[in-house]
Design a protein around this ligand. Structure first.
Ligand code: FAD
Length: 341
């Protein structure tokens, strides 16, 4: 296990914000995991796992604790049952699946990050999410100090949610993920923007490979490449509504989308209505093509990001009565607050 000291969190995350982490440990084998947690608990250090850092925000105070960098590699395909080590690149697996003609994750093409983080927030895009093909995950349980298997039913998947980012946040280190994929292709009607693309460009290939091509083109057009522009992708979640809330919202003239995954208002709509689209707020650019995405153009610090976020969320709350929820997870320094994690 390699270890480093005083590493900038900004260098480990795609938003490129955050002060130093006291310790960074690279997890390269299963045995490294208990060793890393034992080290952290011996010093009462809080811990945080980072894969690709594409859904993680560091704060200016950094972390007086331990970052576990997931670098577990390996992949096995048993006739569509994929067992993937958590440190594999997510999109490399999607590309492989599409090449082989497996359906189930083609719409999740080009999502940055590593496999271990994918079930944490139940990554989703263009009508698919990982819960649709998730079978199980092997994990290290920091509460019982044992290696366990989490089945799909244990994960309690919902929109951008699982037990891993809600009630069991920080408890498990995912070692590998098993997905069950089948040969085939997605069926129409597709997600609105996919249908529009098909209409505009006359696309006819809806095989996994064809769909990967469509999704890649859509994403390249509106989402920043994290290698070129610092962001965490969508900074805010969409607003999901129950049937009564949906009716009330429609009465007020808000655009409620009734889809297979529930009723929602696209939070980008609120941002546009408040005139933030394309604006530079405290160095954070509200992406003109996909306003849910905030780009760290010159913000530099978490304090500036927090100012931009407060301006957007409070304006939307005052005007529409909805409080937008943040999607990326923050590294919170609990060392001086008397909590272990
Ligand atoms: C340009 C851009 C576009 C994006 N588009 C999408 C999109 O379309 N849909 C979508 O859902 N997301 C999207 N995202 C968000 C992000 O890509 C996903 O959340 C992805 O799964 C993050 O992977 P990561 O390895 O970088 O996660 P990290 O930021 O490293 O980790 C994310 C969370 O998972 C935890 N975690 C990581 N690895 C493990 C592990 N092995 N065990 C336990 N917990 C772990 C971390 O502690 C953290 O809380 C986008 C991000 C960017 C920058």
């Amino acid at each position: 296990m390699k270890s480093y000291e005083n590493v900038f969190i900004s260098s480990l995350t795609t938003m490129r914000i955050g002060g130093t982490a006291r310790h960074v440990l690279e997890i390269e084998s299963e045995n490294d995991i208990p060793e890393a947690y034992n080290f952290a608990s011996a010093y009462w250090y809080p811990t945080y796992i980072i894969g690709g850092g594409a859904n993680t925000i560091g704060r200016d105070e950094g972390l007086d604790g331990v970052i576990l960098l997931n670098r577990l590699r390996g992949f096995n395909d048993n006739n569509g049952t994929f067992t993937i080590m958590a440190g594999e690149n997510w999109d490399t697996i999607v590309e492989y699946a599409c090449e082989k003609g497996y359906t189930g994750i083609e719409a999740l093409s080009r999502i940055p990050g590593l496999v271990g983080a994918a079930p944490v927030q139940n990554i989703g895009a263009y009508g698919q999410d990982i819960s649709g093909v998730f079978k199980s995950a092997r994990a290290y349980d920091t509460a019982t100090h044992s290696f366990i298997t989490l089945e799909k039913k244990d994960m309690q998947f919902a929109y951008r949610k699982s037990i891993m980012n809600t009630m069991m946040k920080g408890r498990f280190f995912i070692i590998s993920v098993t997905l069950e994929l089948k040969k085939g292709q997605m069926t129409r009607p597709f997600y609105n923007s996919v249908e529009k693309y098909i209409e505009d460009y006359g696309a006819t290939d809806f095989s996994p490979k064809g769909m990967r091509g469509i999704v890649s083109a859509l994403r390249a057009d509106k989402l920043p490449d994290p290698r070129e522009k610092a962001s965490s992708g969508s900074f805010f979640k969409n607003v999901y509504l129950d049937p009564i809330e949906s009716e009330k919202a429609e009465e007020k003239g808000y655009p409620v989308h009734r889809g297979r995954d529930g009723n929602k208002i696209n939070s980008a709509w609120f941002i546009e209505q408040c005139g933030f689209k394309g604006q530079l707020l405290y160095g954070m650019r509200v992406n003109p093509k996909a306003p849910l995405v905030l780009i760290n153009e010159s913000a530099g610090t978490y304090a500036n990001l927090a100012r931009a976020r407060a301006m957007i969320t409070s304006t939307i709350y005052d005007k529409f009565g909805y409080w937008l929820e943040q999607e990326p997870v923050e590294i919170i320094n609990t060392k001086n607050r008397g909590a272990q994690r």
